[in-house]
Design a protein around this ligand. Structure first.
Ligand code: SF4
Ligand code: SF4
Length: 80
């Protein structure tokens, strides 16, 4: 089980970083986020990287980043 990312859908808004840092520390501070959003404006590409601090938000019905990614670029599911 892990965090599944659809980078074709992601628009790079970085709200997931804020949601994740709030989950971990109770603050809106992207430095404390398990998910990081990298936008290459020249190439028009967005990449998301999830590091080892991601715990999949076990106390929440849905991970915080999934709840607040309103366009549905994130979901929790089985990794292939
Ligand atoms: S909240 Fe969703 S759309 Fe916004 S950067 Fe994160 S994954 Fe992408
Ligand atoms: S699942 Fe939870 S811990 Fe993992 S990146 Fe999303 S908000 Fe952060």
């Amino acid at each position: 089980m892990g965090l599944l990312i659809d980078s074709d859908v992601c628009n790079g808004c970085r709200i997931c970083e804020l949601a994740c840092s709030f989950h971990h520390r109770g603050v809106f501070a992207p430095d404390h986020s398990s998910v990081k959003v990298f936008s290459d404006y020249r190439e028009g590409k967005i990449q998301l990287i999830v590091d080892g601090t991601c715990d999949l938000c076990p106390k929440d019905p849905q991970p915080m980043c999934v709840q607040y990614c309103v366009i549905g670029a994130l979901k929790k599911g089985a990794k292939e």
